[in-house]
Write a new protein. Structure first.
Length: 151
């Protein structure tokens, strides 16, 4: 797996691959859930396939209801644009011409969405919501790391 958070933003995104399987989606979600529970964070974890369709959604106990849609949107943004949602959050923080991102209706510019990459191809994405964006990203990264052993 390629860690998308370390890749420079100037590189072209990886190609789309076959959709993530339910088994791999469950592995990713389980790793993310463990990280959220270790920190006692009530989170919603969404896994989308390489076409942006929801494969799995988990709402941990006491996760706020509003995070259900946000987690799904973060996963979709990460897969649609084949990059971490943090890139969009950072661009907005710069202001200026980057503010035009706010006009895009298919983009959620909040950290916590990561493409899931296997053998150099995007097979899906994880989106996490429920806490502060950097905490959402920490849980998403834990989930994505579960694919490190997949070839």
């Amino acid at each position: 797996m390629t860690n998308m958070t370390d890749a420079p933003p100037t590189l072209s995104p990886p190609r789309y691959g076959a959709p993530i399987t339910l088994e791999l989606a469950q592995r990713v979600a389980q790793a993310a859930q463990c990280e959220a529970q270790r920190n006692r964070w009530p989170m919603v974890i969404a896994i989308a396939d390489s076409a942006g369709h929801l494969v799995l959604l988990q709402r941990l106990d006491q996760a706020q209801l509003g995070s259900i849609e946000v987690a799904r949107q973060k996963a979709q943004t990460a897969v649609y644009f084949r990059r971490p949602t943090k890139r969009f959050e950072d661009a907005l923080a710069q202001g200026g011409l980057h503010l035009r991102l706010l006009g895009m209706t298919n983009l959620t510019p909040l950290d916590g969405g990561l493409p899931l990459v296997v053998d150099g191809e995007v097979v899906g994405a994880i989106g996490v919501s429920g806490m502060q964006s950097h905490e959402d990203a920490q849980v998403a990264q834990a989930g994505a790391a579960a694919l490190d052993s997949v070839h």
